[in-house]
Unconditional design. Structure first.
Length: 107
């Protein structure tokens, strides 16, 4: 499956637990929605991914992707140290240029 480079970079950063590279996939004003919380801007997103990596040790296995360069939907199997692992999550993206402007993660 062919993924946009920004999603490929996001998956690689997650699988390496590279919080800085993960955060840099987002625009400066990027927004991330997960577990009922909103994280706005790179600083908040950095705190979210750092905490998540320490807590869950999650890695991603992309299953499918549909998108048009402005929006995209990635289904991915996430495995880690959380109950029910692995689980399939859906990542709803909005892109701004070469960055992620918005990401909503759902089950």
């Amino acid at each position: 499956m062919k993924l946009p480079i920004i999603i490929t970079n996001l998956v690689k950063a997650q699988d390496r637990f590279d919080n800085v590279a993960y955060t840099n996939c987002f625009s400066e004003s990027g927004v991330l929605f997960d577990e009922g919380k909103i994280h706005t801007g790179r600083e908040e997103i950095a705190g979210w991914i750092e905490e998540g990596n320490k807590k869950y040790n999650s890695v991603m296995k992309p299953i499918s992707f549909e998108g048009d360069g402005v929006m995209g939907i990635l289904k991915t199997e996430i495995s880690g140290t959380f109950p029910g692992s692995p689980l399939v999550f859906t990542y709803h993206f909005e892109f701004e240029g070469e960055h992620i402007q918005s990401l909503k993660i759902t089950l």
